[in-house]
Structure formats: C-alpha cells, structure tokens
Design a protein around this ligand. Structure first.
Ligand SMILES: Cc1ncc(COP(=O)(O)O)c(C=O)c1O
Length: 447
C-alpha cells in the first residue's frame, strides 16, 4: 500500500537530509561544463607560433611547385631531410654495442660528450680547459642550454643591481620567450641595417657603450639568426673591447658551428677570442644543425670563468648550483643524440668524416646563395642582391617587406617568414629559377 500522500518527503526535506559535503559535490557536478580556474582573462588564447603556423600552411598547400623557405632545417638538393652518413655510422656503432642499455645519464649528462663539446667549441689547446676553468652540462639541445643559462643568470648574476639582457635586433624569436619566462628584463641593441642589409656596427657599438655597466649581452657566435649577418673578426675585437670596458657579461649562443662556413674552427673564432681575452662567459651549444640531430635534442651548456687563483673554486660552486637547476627541470638529459655526437667527436676517423659532411651542407648552401644572387641580377630585379652572398649560414634576410612576403605566398606558393627571412636550405638546383622569378615578380609589382 502506498504511504499517505502527505507523508511523502518534500523536495526540501529530501535536500535537508543530504549531508552538506555531498550537496557541494552535487552542486559542483551541476555547474556549467565551461567552469574553469583558467578563464580567458587569465589565460587568453596565445597566437600560434609563427614558424610552426607557416609550416602547417605549407603542408596544407596542394600546389605542386610550392617552396618552403621557412624551415630551419637542412634539406638536400631534392628538398629532402638529410641523415648525415657519419651519423648513420655512429648509429651502427651504438646499436651493435653489446653493453648498450637505457639507464639514466648523470645529471650533467654523458661525460665523454660534455668534454668533447668543450674541446669542440674552445679548441683542443684551450687554456680554459687546461686550467679547469670550465664546467659543462648536457642540455635539451641549444634551446635547453639557452634556458639553463637564463635561469642561472636570473638566480645568481649580480654584475649590476638590476641587470638587463641585451639581444640583437632582430634575434631568434625564442630568445625573447626564454628570458621572459625567467623574468630577466630584455633590451635590444641595433644589429641589422635595413639600408645596407649588413651589420649596423656603429649602432651596435654605441648601444653596447651606453648600456648600464655589467649588463648581460647575448651574442650569436656565428650565422646570426635571422639575418645571416656576422661581424668580421676586426669587429668582434672591438665588441670584446667595449664589453670589457663596460664590464658586460657575454652569453654566446652557438647553434651553427661548422654549418656556417664549413670550418668548425672558423665558426668558433669569436667565442675562442673572448675566452682568450679572459672573459667569464656562458655558451649555449646546439648539435641540431651541424649533426642534423634536430629531434634528438643534443646540446651543451658551458660556464667558463676568468683566469685567477679562485677559478677552480668558482667552477666547483657554479657546477653544484647548475646541477640543482638541471635536476629540478629535467632530472637528467636524453641519451641517444649525445651518444651519436660523442661517438663521432671522440673518434678521429669519424670526426674527419663529419667535417666532410659539414662541408657538403655548408657548400650546397653557399652554392645556392651564389645561384640565387646570379639569377636575380640576370633578371635585373630592382634593388641590390649582394647581401644574399655576403650573408652566411642557414638564413638570409632578403629585405622583402611583409606585404611582399604575403603576396609571394599567395601568388607563387613560396613560403617564408613575415620578416623576409628565407632558409637557404629550402633552395635547390630544381627550384632556384622558380624562386628567383617569383621574387623578381613580387618586387616589380609592389614597387
Ligand atoms: C640562434 C639559435 N639559437 C638556438 C637555437 C636552438 O635550436 P635547438 O634547440 O634546436 O638546438 C636555434 C635554432 O634555430 C637558433 O637559431
């Protein structure tokens, strides 16, 4: 028999008997599904990374003759990624080692790799190595090394009461993000002259002279990204003189050693010169481009201190703090890429073969620079084009405006970053005429 109607629990009786905690849980589950602690005012949608956005647009494009000049990775004459033959050999050596395992590396990484990296960047007879004035950690490629350096400087650099880090204008876009993330204030020094499409040396020097004493100065060791413009050795000497006089702190980012000129020693010249001058400095070293180990994330961070009786003590203390930073960020670095590089760097025959592979890559790029310039000059494209061969490394700052960049993408399906930077690695004997004609057309049509 059903209970009399007025004995039925009412709606409010029902809720009053539910424990409070449960009620809160029910309320939480009934809340609108878009409820979040990360509202749009707090976490606005960030713009897509321009370079990765460009790559996605290129991939979607179905036009047969499309050209990718955005990529920051080497391509062969068939526009294909190139696994260096020496890397294949090193891979065989590693895989056929009966003792191969997948254990953790130490916090500072593979010791044979970090010490070979020191010799590579500073030279085998470097006094900094002989005098134990250097400490190094294997990092997540060059980006990880820049980040570790930024973190270290933010925490410990007291060369000035309120230090700023100075970047070249322009610089690799990620420098801004990395240093912003660790809350180191950023300033810039002039670098590229739009007029000459070369170095604005006077602007750079006067800015470095007027920066507050003890500022941190980020320098591209070679093959400046994005401009492809490097100081001459005489200009580097003057830069060193100003940094010393102003007690600035140099941080070298070296992402293209051997890839720029084809000579490992030549591309390391500026870093070695600064070390010879007795600077205390940082170096971020990448093996992405020069070994084609992009996705393997092999890199190295070096701290070099000045000669002095306290040098060993300084290095020991700094190394201990860097180990803590590294431990909290990545625990320990990945093994495969470092093993490949280490196998090559520590074997004379493989090393010589690597130098040969480097000459193949840099040589092809230098040839493409010559071809592109020659074609543009033959076409009589308005403007001067000597900067294409004067610049060095993976990139060239063409001087094309954003409007021209968008138009050449629309009309000819040639993709490059909005600042007019082209990756020379994207040019080959099969598309150089097409690219030159497309540049010629866009320049004439937008004059
Ligand atoms: C100037 C500069 N620094 C650092 C890097 C770091 O690259 P990765 O993290 O791939 O070694 C790059 C790569 O494009 C670069 O151009």
């Amino acid at each position: 028999m059903p209970p009399p109607k007025n004995d039925l629990p009412t709606h409010s009786d029902h809720f009053s008997r539910i424990p409070k905690v449960r009620l809160q849980q029910i309320k939480f589950h009934m809340a609108p599904t878009n409820s979040t602690a990360f509202q749009a005012e707090v976490v606005p949608k960030a713009p897509e990374d321009p370079l990765f956005g460009l790559m996605a647009a290129y991939r979607k494009d179905t036009f047969e003759r499309k050209v990718d000049l955005g990529i920051g990775a080497y391509r062969d004459d068939n526009a294909k990624p190139w696994v260096l033959p020496v890397v294949k050999k090193a891979d065989d050596v590693i895989r056929s080692d009966p003792d191969l395992n997948h254990e953790y590396l130490p916090i500072a990484g593979l010791q044979q790799f970090t010490s070979a990296s020191q010799r590579l960047i500073l030279g085998t007879d470097s006094s900094a190595i002989k005098e134990n004035r250097i400490t190094s950690l294997q990092t997540i490629s060059g980006t990880g090394a820049v980040h570790l350096g930024a973190l270290f400087l933010r925490k410990f650099y007291k060369g000035n009461s309120d230090p700023n880090v100075y970047f070249s204008n322009p610089t690799w876009a990620n420098h801004n993000q990395i240093f912003t993330n660790v809350h180191l204030p950023i300033k810039t020094y002039p670098y590229f002259s739009a007029e000459t499409k070369g170095l604005d040396f006077e602007g750079m020097i006067s800015s470095l002279e007027s920066a507050p004493e003890g500022s941190i100065i980020l320098l591209h060791a070679c093959a400046h990204n994005p401009t492809g413009v490097d100081p001459t050795q005489e200009q580097w000497k003057k830069i060193a003189e100003v940094l010393k006089a102003r007690q600035h702190f140099p941080f070298f980012d070296c992402a293209y050693q051997g890839f720029a000129s084809g000579s490992l020693n030549q591309d390391a010249w500026a870093v070695r010169y600064f070390v010879e001058q007795g600077f205390e400095l940082l170096i971020a070293q990448s093996y992405a481009k020069n070994f084609g180990l992009y996705g393997e994330r092999a890199g190295c961070f070096h701290f070099v201190t000045s000669p002095g009786s306290d040098a060993t003590d300084t290095v020991t203390r700094v190394a201990s703090q860097l180990a803590i930073l590294q431990r909290s960020e990545i625990s320990n670095p990945p093994i495969y890429g470092a093993k490949i590089a280490s196998t090559v760097l520590n074997d004379d025959a493989l090393f010589a073969e690597w130098e040969d592979n480097l000459r193949t890559m840099s040589g092809r790029i230098i040839d493409m620079r010559k071809s592109l310039r020659t074609k543009l000059e033959e076409l009589g494209t308005p403007g001067t084009w000597n900067h294409i061969t004067d610049q060095i490394g993976m990139f060239s700052f063409t001087g094309l405006t954003e409007k021209q960049v968008l138009k050449i993408r629309e009309d000819a399906h040639v993709y490059m970053t909005k600042n007019g930077r082209i990756s020379m690695a994207g040019i080959n004997t099969k598309n150089v005429d097409y690219v030159a004609n497309a540049i010629d057309k866009v320049v004439r049509e937008t004059q």
